[in-house]
Design a protein around this ligand. Structure first.
Ligand SMILES: Cc1ncc(COP(=O)(O)O)c(C=O)c1O
Length: 318
């Protein structure tokens, strides 16, 4: 008998699923039954209950537990069009299949080892294609250089916010260093770099920024208190008041990151009005050495597409 090949069996299973007719999800419950939740909860390992808390169940009993007890107690967000608790989005069957393969082969894409794996190149090409689909690559009307060199995928929107603010931190501080060979935040640390750059405060200017923005500000060392809401009006709190933004930017010794929601999680609304609004903001950021961070969250891929299109047409600083 041929030896069992787990990858072979995974591919077979995935292709069968891809070829299968689409599942009828209309009967799929949006929320699990209270009894299913209770059963699942009681089935979780608990050190206070009798029995062997850390003892292994074995592979097939574990799978059975997941399939028969845990899954019925999950929300139907991926299969139901009626669940709005989180904007998690959906995925095409082929993308879900690719995701299964990624899990099975478990590559490291943060270290480039071209002699050992194609993984980093696959990711880079995927990012380049995405940038091309969105018209972001530096060709034709948008310039001749490759403008999105630092492209990367993140694991989610909170980590995007952390990464975006960390990039902004490096940029706004470096712009204020005198160019006498001082290294930036990454080398000196935030306190020493700000001291060398004459910065007494770093602020994040936003309008109804997602709660994860404050979390990110805390993580990157700006502090949650650095996030300042500058709403246009009480009726349109998601719109950024550009006059108020300029007043904040003009302060001496204060460096700024402007965090634009696109769109705001409850309304899907954008913080600025169209291309003209983004260009106005870009001009302000350039004038005062601020960094623009766009939080496309996960309202919809189409939102991200529009945001990136806006950005691509803004040119000067991608
Ligand atoms: C605009 C925005 N930013 C950030 C987040 C946080 O996303 P994640 O849960 O992927 O970290 C969300 C989540 O809804 C969001 O809508």
């Amino acid at each position: 008998m041929a030896a069992f090949n787990p990858l072979e069996s995974l591919f077979q299973d995935l292709s069968q699923r891809l070829d299968a007719p689409p599942a009828d999800t209309s009967a799929y419950p949006t929320l699990p039954a209270a009894s299913a939740l209770q059963t699942a909860r009681l089935s979780l390992p608990d050190p206070h209950r009798k029995g062997s808390y850390l003892a292994a169940l074995g592979a097939s009993a574990t799978l059975k537990h997941i399939h028969e007890t845990i899954v019925p107690a999950l929300t139907g967000q991926g299969l139901s069009s009626r669940y709005f608790g989180f904007v998690t989005g959906g995925s095409l069957p082929v993308a879900a299949a690719a995701d299964n393969i990624v899990t099975a082969v478990d590559q490291n894409v943060q270290v480039h080892l071209p002699e050992q794996t194609i993984a980093t190149e696959v990711e880079d090409v995927a990012l380049r294609m995405l940038a091309d689909v969105l018209g972001l690559q530096g060709s034709g009307e948008y310039g001749t250089s490759d403008v999105w060199l630092g492209r990367t995928f993140t694991t989610g929107a909170t980590s995007s916010n952390i990464l975006g603010l960390a990039c902004g931190r490096e940029s706004v501080v470096s712009k204020r260093l005198t160019g006498n060979g001082e290294k930036g935040v990454g080398e000196l640390g935030l306190l020493a770099a700000c001291h060398a750059a004459g910065i007494r405060e770093i602020q994040v200017l936003t309008s109804m920024g997602h709660s994860s923005l404050s979390k990110a500000a805390g993580v990157v060392g700006f502090g949650r208190a650095s996030v300042k809401q500058l709403p246009m009006s009480a009726d349109t709190p998601w719109k950024l008041d550009l006059e108020a933004v300029e007043k904040e930017l003009a302060q001496d010794g204060v460096a700024s990151v402007i965090a634009v929601s696109a769109g705001e999680v409850n309304t899907g609304e954008f913080a600025v009005d169209g291309l003209a609004g983004m260009q106005k903001l870009r001009a302000l950021a350039d004038k005062y050495g601020a960094w623009i961070h766009v939080d496309g969250g996960k309202v919809a891929p189409v939102t991200v597409a529009f945001v990136l299109l806006f950005l691509s047409k803004l040119t000067t600083h991608p």
